[in-house]
Design a protein around this ligand. Structure first.
Ligand code: GLC
Length: 428
């Protein structure tokens, strides 16, 4: 390609971006050019986190067979939430027209919508959400407008070794007592260690610390979604459950480096009696080659006096404001939400569906007996703070919680520092 042609291509590209930004009428949101969308048709790229559950080949094949002129290319990111987010932020900031359709973690909706990076699903882009689980729709909505199509829900579950502990623990004390005499303080000990969740310093720690605090009746932020409320006895009791776990040895030190995958691997290798993880772990732990297949069961997360509270997790799929093929993208959003794809993702990858009726399907409940527990977990889950400044908020939570877990600051100090860090983060 000659330099002249290359320059021409660049300006054509900018023209296309400008056109894409102007295609949809008057409801321009934010300064970056998101509109109600263009109707462009053609090939699209779907950017999504690493496909640990092996669901993407089917999705791509099924879509491509029906849309030979609008094929989807799947671009997989890392399996770590923070890295996925920074990849998306970079591509949106560069107004990349090649990131057509993107997976949005429930905690990113506010930022992406406020910055005009994703297209509102209103007007000709409206989608029927009446058959979906309420919290999944709420998490894809910002300021009263739907911005993304719920794709997979998520709630934390307790995985336990039913061959070693026949009854699921209802409380934290039950769990700790069940570990006495049966466990070692490290995952490499002669016996399994007691409990682990995700305690590395990243989004997963925000999830786990929030769950502990909420389960003890505390709050990260008040009902307004931004005023921190951490200097309470309840928040202290919640965070102390994790801090004491490391001090007393019911959580192994190795777990300070655990994200989802590492905790799953430890449980799968028989190194943990109890594990907090998302529903997707069920399919992998039940798969061929898993040392614990048939030896574990799933229960609600425990709390201090009874069931605990999960953080609401999950993902939606949104149309990038910079895509030229938003018409195709919109059809793709409808496709990923179809009964066919939602059932496939449940039966093949134990991913939590967004279609409510699948949780009441008797044949599915027989295969996945924990479905009612999962549905209740999602319905009662507590959302993480909803704010366009979420990246700063979650950084504050994971940093201060991590300092407490490591024993670098006391639980009181960590909560005090977190209180003021969230205050500054949400002040703008
Ligand atoms: C899961 C959840 C997501 C959460 C992430 C944290 O992917 O669905 O909401 O942010 O885990 O690691």
């Amino acid at each position: 390609m000659s330099p002249k042609v290359a320059i021409g291509a660049v300006s054509l590209l900018s023209a296309a971006v400008v056109l894409a930004g102007c295609g949809g009428g008057n409801d321009n949101k934010g300064s970056s050019g998101a509109t109600s969308g263009n109707a462009g048709k053609g090939p699209i790229t779907f950017v999504t986190g690493k496909d640990n559950s092996g669901l993407m080949p089917h999705l791509a094949e099924a879509w491509n067979a029906a849309h030979p002129n609008e094929k989807v290319t799947i671009k997989q990111q890392s399996d770590q939430a923070d890295q996925q987010l920074s990849d998306l932020q970079q591509h949106f900031q560069a107004k990349d027209p090649n990131y057509d359709v993107v997976t949005v973690d429930v905690v990113w909706t506010a930022e992406f919508a406020a910055k005009g990076w994703i297209v509102p699903l209103t007007g000709k882009n409206a989608m029927d959400t009446s058959h979906l689980l309420g919290p999944t729709v709420k998490a894809a909505t910002y300021n009263g407008t739907l911005y993304a199509a719920p794709y997979a829900s998520d709630a934390g579950l307790l995985y336990y070794r039913k061959d070693l502990v026949p009854t699921a623990p209802a409380t934290w004390d039950d769990m700790i007592n069940a570990c006495k005499g049966k466990t070692s303080p490290t995952i490499t000990g002669p016996k399994p260690a007691c409990y682990a969740g995700q305690f590395a310093k990243y989004e997963g720690l925000t999830v786990n610390a929030s769950e502990a605090i909420n389960s003890a009746g505390g709050q990260i932020v008040k009902e307004d979604g931004k005023t921190p409320n951490l200097e309470t006895a309840e928040a202290n009791k919640g965070l102390s459950f994790l801090v004491n776990g490391f001090k007393e040895g019911y959580i192994p030190k190795e777990a300070l480096g655990f994200q989802e995958t590492q905790s799953l691997n430890a449980f799968q290798a028989g190194q943990l009696l109890f594990m907090r993880n998302w529903p997707y772990a069920n399919a992998i732990l039940s798969g061929t080659g898993s040392k614990v297949a048939g030896k574990f069961a799933i229960a609600p997360l425990p709390g201090p006096d009874g069931p605990g509270a999960s953080s609401l997790g999950g993902h939606s799929v949104a149309l990038s404001a910079y895509s030229k093929n938003q018409g195709t993208g919109l059809e793709f959003l409808k496709f990923i939400q179809s009964q066919e794809i939602q059932s496939y993702n449940l039966t093949q990858g134990s991913q939590a569906p967004v279609i409510a009726s699948l949780y009441d399907d008797q044949a599915l409940i027989q295969k996945f007996p924990y479905l009612p527990v999962l549905k209740k977990g999602i319905e009662n889950a507590i959302p993480r703070p909803v704010t366009p400044f979420y990246p700063a908020v979650t950084e504050a939570i994971s940093t201060n919680a991590y300092a407490a877990l490591q024993g670098q600051s006391s639980t009181e100090e960590a909560l005090k520092n977190l209180q003021s860090a969230i205050q500054s983060a949400t002040a703008g």
